[in-house]
Design a protein. Structure first.
Length: 403
């Protein structure tokens, strides 16, 4: 049961890119009520109790910091794999300011935006972290592109994706009531349940594996979120020239350690239309502004230019190289004792993603040759890679259910 949020899709698309580059990817789950193994959109997953050989065969583990970093660390006491931790928000800081463990593996703290990095690094972090860096969400251009400049979007809907309260469902419904002659498209949240008035001008759609199904119907994207660490859906729309209205960061963020939408505003700036989340007239004015063909085309061009300038499709290659670097500089004890190769190439890298979740996610990593690992002798795991073929393994994934 995948949890389709931005943090999960960051890992999912990274897994897809690494698969395409010849690496082996595995998502590891901790939610026992879901299938023990399977394949999610081309990426295999397995329950952690059945993943001993894969975990032991990994070179690098990767996990979001919340809510299961503690679980991942406890599991890693047995394997001592280098661990990449990605932060998509900073509400929970305890797990990154302290690290209680008996093992001695390297950890690496990655932030999904400069805003979160600046916020977190105002204070000391755990000494287990060997490096911090900023990464951007992973996307695959061939599975995103619909239009190219100077083409204009062909959709006719005002769209909200992942329609829940935190994403601005009440604003979306209010606008549909104010504009009864306009078409609105709401993409349901992953739990597929909403409680709103049945308005004839709103079309409701289940969450889609292919975002282009949604974008093809969209003329304007609304992102009236309470919080966005980066704003993946805004990028997906703007990369196709779709003008976007989004929440202006709150003036008073003292009570919110992660702020609100600063991470999204940092890259969109005035290339989208900023609106006060608590001022309905802002959203009304933004929609009416885009009725003017010249202004619509202007914001469409801004969207194309802004997203192209980010050069975001190069990010996966950078991340891949960092995984290789970490695996070589911080090998697990069992690997270093086994006479494993000292060099790992991209072509021979084995990547196996690992994440745990019940409302969050975590990832794992793979190793090279045949070092005996004291992993539980549980059935149902794929065989470890042959000793003659050194590989780098990466584990990541996120499966679970929200309570």
């Amino acid at each position: 049961m995948p949890d389709p949020c931005g943090a999960f899709f960051h890992d999912y698309w990274l897994a897809r890119v690494l698969q395409a580059r010849g690496h082996t990817i595995l998502f590891v789950t901790v939610a026992s009520k879901f299938p023990r193994s399977g394949v999610y959109r081309g990426v295999p997953f397995v329950y952690y109790e059945n993943a001993g050989k894969d975990l032991g065969a990994s070179h690098v583990w990767s996990s979001p910091h919340f809510p299961f970093l503690g679980t991942v660390r406890r599991l890693n006491e047995q394997y001592e794999k280098p661990l990449v931790v990605t932060m998509h928000f900073g509400e929970d800081r305890q797990s990154i300011t302290t690290c209680q463990r008996s093992g001695n593996w390297g950890e690496f703290l990655w932030f999904v935006s400069k805003h979160i990095s600046d916020k977190i690094l105002e204070n000391p972090i755990a000494s287990s972290f060997k490096e911090t860096r900023i990464v951007r969400p992973i996307l695959i251009e061939s599975e995103l592109r619909l239009f190219t400049k100077p083409e204009r979007p062909t959709g006719d809907c005002i769209t909200l994706i992942n329609a829940n309260i935190l994403k601005g469902l009440h604003i979306f419904v209010g606008l549909a009531q104010l504009f009864p002659q306009r078409k609105f498209l709401g993409v349901k949240p992953y739990y597929n349940h909403i409680n709103v008035p049945n308005l004839p001008n709103i079309e409701w759609m289940d969450i889609q594996d292919d975002i282009r199904v949604v974008l093809r119907k969209t003329r304007i994207l609304l992102v009236p979120s309470f919080y966005e660490s980066w704003g993946r859906v805004a990028f997906e729309a703007m990369y196709n020239g779709i003008p976007t209205l989004y929440t202006r960061p709150f003036v008073d963020n003292i009570q919110y350690p992660s702020g609100s939408t600063e991470g999204m505003r940092d890259w969109i700036q005035d290339n989208g239309i900023q609106c006060d989340r608590n001022t309905p007239d802002d959203w009304v004015s933004g929609i009416q502004l885009l009725d003017n063909p010249e202004r619509y085309n202007d914001y469409s061009d801004r969207a194309y230019n802004c997203t192209a300038d980010l050069n975001i499709f190069s990010e996966a290659g950078v991340i891949e190289q960092k995984f290789i670097e970490y695996a070589m500089k911080f090998p697990s004890p069992d690997k270093s004792k086994s006479g494993a190769p000292t060099a790992i190439t991209q072509q021979t890298m084995r990547v196996g993603p690992n994440r745990f979740m019940g409302g969050g996610v975590q990832r794992r990593q793979p190793p090279p040759a045949a070092a005996p690992v004291a992993a539980p002798a549980t059935p149902g795991v794929r065989p470890a890679p042959p000793a003659s073929q050194p590989r780098l393994a990466f584990h990541g994934g996120r499966f679970g259910a929200r309570k």
